[in-house]
Write a protein that binds this ligand. Structure first.
Ligand SMILES: Nc1ncnc2c1ncn2[C@@H]1O[C@H](COP(=O)(O)OP(=O)(O)O)[C@@H](O)[C@H]1O
Ligand SMILES: [Mg+2]
Length: 230
């Protein structure tokens, strides 16, 4: 079922965080989800070792360049969603994962320097489209943005992407302590303790909006897989 790949050559762009948020939201709705942890630093596997990983969520590590396509295809047969978290480099692994994606999400922070790195990821998607002769939907996801203000620099970057024909998600992942906290404590946003983490509800609303937008983009296949889950 649908495969969503998080890619960006920039380390620290918010790939792993956004991938785990999306995966736990989908699993929280009762969907079966596989996360393929294709980063040799294994951030998702480390999160999964902590308590609270949803029962319907499986994490697969130890993927290699040679096995990533088979892993994606096998997981897509078994679970309603496959989410691939990639390393912050442009490798053959990244290219292969993109080749099987129903949606490539390219997280980026809102500076011009970060956006330049996101453009590299967009170009790699375009190259894979040519190589595999198929359309690979891709979208920019702004991360760690302020919930309170929308700076002009960010708006300018957004317009540049859109003018270049690159889709930009309407939902941004705001800078929230709760998005960091799940990596410290494990589990989902709903498991966090309000005594330890501030403003969990705002983060949950943000995660819900992000997941809703991703599902809307995936629509035909996502609806089919959700129907299977129900
Ligand atoms: N929306 C967010 N709010 C707060 N912190 C975030 C958010 N997204 C990412 N971070 C933090 O930024 C750093 C890099 O994020 P990470 O998801 O590991 O990026 P990547 O996987 O692209 O290298 C981490 O310390 C993470 O906790
Ligand atoms: Mg990462």
């Amino acid at each position: 079922m649908p495969t969503i790949v998080f890619a960006s050559p920039k380390g620290g762009a918010g790939k792993s965080t956004s991938a785990v948020i999306l995966a736990t939201e989908l699993a929280g709705k009762g969907a079966s989800v596989t996360i393929i942890d294709a980063d040799p630093n294994k951030p998702v596997s480390r999160w999964a070792k902590r308590p609270g990983k949803p029962a319907t969520l499986t994490v697969i590590a130890d993927v290699t360049e040679d096995s990533v396509i088979d892993q994606i295809e096998e997981s897509a047969r078994k679970t309603a969603f496959v989410i691939v978290d990639l390393e912050g480099t442009a490798s053959a692994m990244v290219a292969y994962a993109m080749s099987r994606a129903d949606l490539v999400i390219i997280p980026t922070q809102g500076s011009q320097l970060d956006a330049a790195e996101a453009v590299k990821a967009v170009k790699l998607v375009r190259t894979q489209e040519k190589a595999f002769r198929r359309i690979i939907p891709a979208a920019i996801l702004f991360t760690r943005t302020s919930a309170a203000i929308r700076p002009r620099t960010l708006q300018a970057i957004e317009i540049e992407f859109m003018e270049g024909g690159v889709r930009v998600l309407g939902t941004q992942m705001h800078e929230r302590d709760a998005f960091r906290a799940i990596f410290a404590f494990g589990g989902s946003l709903s498991d966090l303790d309000p005594a330890q983490v501030s403003n969990i509800q705002a983060a949950r609303n943000n995660a819900l909006a992000f997941t809703g937008e991703v599902l809307a983009i995936l629509k035909p296949s996502a609806v089919a897989s959700q129907a299977k889950v129900a």
